[in-house]
Design a protein around this ligand. Sequence first.
Ligand SMILES: Cc1ncc(COP(=O)(O)O)c(C=O)c1O
Length: 392
Amino acid sequence: MSHRSESIQKPARITTKLQPFGETVFSEINRLAMESGAVNLGQGCPDFDAPDFIREAARDAINSGHNQYPPMGGAPVLTQAIADDFQATASIQVDPAHEITVTCGCTEAIAACLIGLLEPGDEVIVMDPVYDSYRPCLAMAGAIPRALTLKPPHFELDAAAIDALCTEKTRAVMLNTPHNPTGRVFTPAELEALADVCRRRDLIVLSDEVYHRMVYEGRHISIASLPGMYERTITLNSLGKTFSVTGWKIGWAIAPPHLTAGIRSAHQFLTFDIAHPFQHAAAVALRNREIYYQELHDTYLERRDLLCEGLEQAGFGVYRPQGAYFVLCDHSHLGQPDDISAAKWLIEHAGVAAIPPSSFYTDPAEGASLMRFGFCKRIETIKAALERLAQL
Ligand SMILES: Cc1ncc(COP(=O)(O)O)c(C=O)c1O
């Protein structure tokens, strides 16, 4: 008897918790881009390879025999390197054994925090447009998102509006700075005002800082470093963006022991352990990289400016990012009714793929006039896309 999948004709079986989310918009746009040979500025991963030092470190780690289960919280060599890096960037000293958990990318860290710390029915503040895994992870945790929209042109963080959204069920705020996709780097005043709400209302903060090394205007501040905040903050980060190794999926959560307990309670049953040799390579990568970080900043700044100027010349209304590696812009000049039609139209008529961001909003209408282009690409790729857009 045949068991081939095409012989099984049944409707997709998906838990009701996850039915509203469907296929991610990234998968659909990437598929269309591949089918049509479009230049892809949609996907948030580099089209160039990782630096030699990190690839060599991974080969060395495998050859040195780091190939069995590491400790559940992370290989000590990496948790120590993360602790040192956090001390250098946020001036906070943490105990790597009890305050750092290595996870499968920042994505698992987000899931482990929400599943391990929240009760069903808890409310969590998110800031639209929001990274696409936040809402499904909240749904898996049985928590309820309460969204505040960051509005163009400046995408300010309005702490008073967050305060007004809070109820007696609000437990946490999800912050992302530098912010994907708006490119905002929140200012000391914005973060201090948010911290004030969190202290007053006894809220936990999940602070997603995966783009912290890509800041072109302003200064990155970990909210954990503000007075009275470390005890209520989980700082989330990962290796993927900083070292162009998005496929390695090495992430981490830094939190005081009482919050780390909840994160690890979920992490131990989600993945338990993260690829051991890559943890050793990550530890090597995080040591003494100031020159590398400066070069990373400089090359991304050049790419940001190239892309922003080209998009402006092609008629887009550009919101120049202060950080991260995306440009959010207005596509109204294309005359398309919404972002999804505009993204498909661009693939078909210009041969360029970008991400329609309406699915990052609670109310998709708020993102309908917007489009996200990534500049985590080679200069040639960006130029090729801009040449095509200039033909329109
Ligand atoms: C804001 C934000 N958080 C988290 C992630 C996921 O990070 P990782 O690849 O380490 O899981 C991304 C990836 O695009 C992101 O943009």
